[in-house]
Design a protein around this ligand. Structure first.
Ligand SMILES: Nc1nc2c(c(=O)[nH]1)N[C@H]1C(S)=C(S)[C@@H](COP(=O)(O)OP(=O)(O)OC[C@H]3O[C@@H](n4cnc5c(=O)[nH]c(N)nc54)[C@H](O)[C@@H]3O)O[C@H]1N2
Ligand SMILES: Nc1nc2c(c(=O)[nH]1)N[C@H]1C(S)=C(S)[C@@H](COP(=O)(O)OP(=O)(O)OC[C@H]3O[C@@H](n4cnc5c(=O)[nH]c(N)nc54)[C@H](O)[C@@H]3O)O[C@H]1N2
Ligand SMILES: [Mo]
Length: 782
């Protein structure tokens, strides 16, 4: 199905390509961040706001989930954190006059960049069925529309509730309570498209769905493997931690199909060395694996270790293996059987390159593997991550200082949202505690994840679809299918800070509820309210914004949810013994009351209020890290035997990964440059190896359509098309291409998901290139 992009905003006439950079951050990054901040906020507001990012008693950066170090710099943020802040703290506004001026059809013709640039949403608006425009609606009327729809459902499973990862712990807890109080576990979230594969693999093998290292461990590691991650753009503050580890003597190996700038060299703007002297070379070794080749690489590392063990002994931690693990025999047998030829083909690396990494692992006293989307968004991601765990287990690199697994999380509170129960497959322990606290009997049947939610909408099985943040329409795979699916829903509700495509492609009736962001002051019940978040390493701390909110009309996410709970559970006829009982109004005016409930339901939150005072943070219990305790089926860390898999690329085709540019936050597009990769003024580009470009009969600068080909289990092939991409020859492995998300989401088939985790395979899409008649390229707009 051909799906046209909203053409009016596509002006790639200024697109310019130059050499890619090998150094990240440094002074240009600081200047660039300040420039964007100034455009959005003006000078005074910029300085006031940026000085509070990630400070004790300041607000948590809405950028990434990388933790703050204990000793804070005066400016504890990075270029991309500053852009995330500027995007939210902008002085531009979208009010009811905007919606009167722009019909929904008109909004639909714009892309996410244009929509986001309009500014902060300031008042609730509603689209009546058949109407062409959104119109202002009061908060009371809006909440009544939702509660009426929820209370008249034929079946609670006909409602679905999505969450993006910026929602605070307090809001997330109320949200899941609302949903379970109604009687469903339909709580898909952005994690389903993000680190779900990590959660699946880690829960199964070490009994916890998150990472087990702290920032101290990073500093103390002897070897850090950074696989499938682009920290120079997506977790810039991680580079400071890597730099520190390096100065203490750690080796760092980057495993990536692309030579990403931040991994190769880093100029720390906080130090004189960084600012003036050319910075630190971060990676000691860059291993250019082929897309989806990591499992083969980790099998090879294991094989190298096991061979060394047979030759001389002393390579494995036998005591750890005997006391704390199970399953090594099957794993060992599988690895001994593996052929180096298969491992070379699977990884795209030569045997001696694989052995070079194996040797670094063998000689390391403490190893950490860090990863992000390059390892989680493939068909065999869960197997790949189980094999990462296998390699670490061999040397006892789980549950001791300077060692372990470090899935680097994306959204700033995505991990906290899960801890609060935003999960379609909640544990029995969680549901029992929730039930006891609120005298309800939460549903036990699992709910929809993101992919299942889309299928349910597509098939007409959803009446109400509510989103707590995010941009469902653009972030999910198979944009054509999702847009169609959205229009089949009775009522869609978006709680948002800014406009995006999910406000333009809606259900038959649609509500937009504007809300406060992290940087906004939140005064309720005569108090300045704080919220709490959990970072990528399991530390919980408070966050408090100070800026005057964009409008007096805005409610916080917590206030919206507390009022919605009241509307749903206290309305006439509700309040039976099955609905949750709580003082919703009191919670709205004092978020500490919500924390008191959380402390009773979620393990590890005892003395919650006390432990977040004065900017302090506390660590949640972490079995493997705290005491080599593994909550798995047999109480051991589990070796697993995973058959080798890797993508097969049909002749004449390329394997496409969809990734982030330097000027975006997921579907929020800050600008059209990707400085480190040398791309300026446009986003519709595709990076391809120069020899593939030539072999396929194209040249640098040619315009092509990307056509994805999906072969269904029954053998039928379905095509999807993304139009007008400029070819950029690039240092990617042969037959591996890269282009930006979300422009390419239209190519990712809804059926193409990771085994076990059901995560869309956004880093593994088979495509062919089709020449484009230059004359038919989208024409530049003014
Ligand atoms: N500024 C900024 N910060 C962000 C975000 C943002 O959009 N902008 N997004 C946030 C979110 S939600 C997330 S999840 C994270 C995402 O952080 P990343 O995972 O760093 O984001 P991607 O751009 O998807 O980059 C994937 C990286 O993996 C590599 N890769 C792709 N496939 C493979 C593979 O098969 N094997 C290996 N070894 N490498 C591979 C790619 O070349 C690329 O370097 O960042 C978070 N932080
Ligand atoms: N092809 C492809 N697809 C992908 C990925 C990929 O690598 N490739 N990555 C996937 C990943 S890792 C992720 S995490 C998802 C991201 O999916 P989402 O989290 O759904 O998307 P975002 O673009 O982060 O959401 C941005 C919107 O959130 C709203 N927002 C921002 N701050 C707040 C707030 O404080 N409160 C509320 N209520 N709303 C707020 C704004 O309206 C903004 O427009 O996308 C996934 N999709
Ligand atoms: Mo993510």
């Amino acid at each position: 199905m051909a799906k046209k992009p909203p053409a009016s905003d596509i002006d790639e006439s200024r697109l310019r390509v130059s050499d890619r950079k090998s150094t990240a951050v440094g002074i240009p990054a600081v200047l660039h961040a300040l420039q964007i901040s100034q455009q959005q906020m003006g000078t005074v507001r910029s300085l006031r706001t940026l000085s509070r990012v990630n400070q004790k008693d300041g607000f948590d950066c809405p950028g990434c989930a990388w933790p703050e170090e204990d000793k804070r710099h005066l400016a504890e943020f990075c270029e991309n954190g500053a852009k995330a802040v500027a995007e939210e703290a902008t002085v531009r506004r979208v009010g009811s006059d905007f919606f009167a001026d722009h019909s929904i059809a008109e909004l639909r013709a714009h892309d996410d960049w244009w929509l986001g640039q309009q500014g902060r949403l300031t008042e609730p608006v509603y689209r009546e069925e058949g109407d062409t425009h959104y119109r202002p609606v009061s908060w009371d009327a809006a909440l009544k529309l939702i509660s009426d729809a929820l209370r008249t459902l034929d079946d609670p499973d006909r409602a679905v509730f999505y969450t993006s990862g910026r929602t605070s712990n307090e809001a997330a807890f109320l949200y899941q309570l609302l949903v379970r109080g109604i009687g469903t576990n339909n709580l898909p979230d952005c994690s389903n498209m993000c680190h779900e594969s990590s959660g699946s693999a880690l829960t199964e093998t070490i009994g916890i769905g998150k990472g087990i290292v702290s920032i101290e461990d990073i500093h103390q590691a002897d070897l850090l493997i950074v696989a499938g991650q682009n920290p120079g753009t997506n977790h810039p503050r991680m580079l400071s931690a890597l730099e520190k580890a390096k100065h203490r003597g750690a080796r760092i190996i980057a495993i990536n199909p692309l030579p990403e700038a931040g991994l190769l060299r880093f100029e720390n703007p906080q130090t004189v060395r960084g600012a003036l002297l050319g910075g630190t070379a971060i990676a000691d070794d860059f291993v250019q694996v082929r897309l989806g080749g990591d499992q083969a690489l980790f099998h090879g590392i294991a094989k190298h270790l096991l061979e060394a063990e047979s030759a001389t002994g002393g390579m494995l931690d036998h005591e750890f293996i005997a006391t704390h693990t199970s399953g090594i025999d099957a794993f060992r047998a599988l690895i001994e059987d593996a052929s180096w030829t298969d491992l070379e083909v699977g990884s795209g690396l030569a045997e001696d390159e694989i052995r070079r990494v194996g040797e670094a692992v063998r000689t390391s006293r403490a190893t950490i593997v860090c990863w992000a989307m390059g390892l989680t968004q493939h068909k065999h991601s869960v197997a790949t991550l189980r094999d990462v765990v296998n390699v670490l287990l061999l040397q006892g690199n789980i549950g001791r200082p300077g060692a372990g697994v470090c899935p680097v999380r994306g959204h700033s509170n995505v991990q906290g949202d899960r801890t609060m129960g935003i999960y379609e497959k909640p544990s029995e322990d969680f549901l029992r505690a929730l039930g006891e606290e609120f005298s309800i009997s939460p549903p036990r049947e699992h709910g929809y994840d993101t992919v299942e939610a889309i299928r349910a909408m597509r098939d007409g099985r959803v009446d109400v679809f509510m989103c707590m943040g995010g941009n469902f329409v653009s972030a999910t795979p198979d944009t054509g299918v999702v847009e169609e699916a959205m229009t089949r829903v009775g009522l869609t509700v978006q709680v948002s800070t800014k406009l995006n495509r999910s406000h333009a492609v809606t259900g038959r009736r649609a509500l937009i509820l504007p809300t406060l962001g992290r940087t906004d002051g939140d005064r309720r019940g005569g108090r300045d309210q704080r919220v709490t978040v959990e970072d990528s390493m399991g530390a919980v701390h408070a966050s408090r914004g100070r800026l005057a909110p964009p409008s007096k009309e805005l409610l916080s996410e917590v206030a919206i949810l507390a009022r919605l709970c009241a509307a749903v559970f206290e309305a006439d006829g509700a309040g039976s013994e099955v609905t949750p009982r709580a003082d919703w109004a009191a919670m709205e005016s004092d978020y500490a009351l919500i924390r008191a409930h959380i402390a009773k339901v979620v393990p590890g939150f005892e003395r919650y209020e006390e432990r977040i005072q004065k900017g302090r943070s506390f660590f949640l219990p972490n079995g493997p890290r705290d005491a080599r305790r593994f909550a798995t089926v047999d109480g051991k860390a589990r070796f697993t035997a995973n058959r080798l898999e890797y993508p097969r690329i049909p002749p004449g085709r390329l394997l496409l990964q969809t990734l982030r540019s330097h000027d975006q936050y997921n579907t929020t597009i800050y600008g059209k440059d990707d400085r480190y990769r040398g791309v300026y003024g446009g986003r519709r580009i595709v990076l391809i190896h120069p020899e593939d470009v030539a072999e396929m009969g194209f040249a640098d600068g040619d315009m092509v359509d990307l056509v994805s080909e999906w072969t269904a289990p029954d053998g039928s092939v379905r095509e999807r098309r993304a139009e007008a991409f400029r070819i950029v020859p690039y240092a990617t492995p042969r037959r591996n291409a890269a282009a930006y998300y979300p422009e390419t989401n239209v190519l990712v088939p809804l059926e193409s998901v990771a085994d076990v985790s059901n995560t869309p395979t956004s880093k593994s899409v088979v495509v062919r290139l089709e020449a484009r008649d230059q004359a038919s390229s989208p024409t530049p707009s003014s």
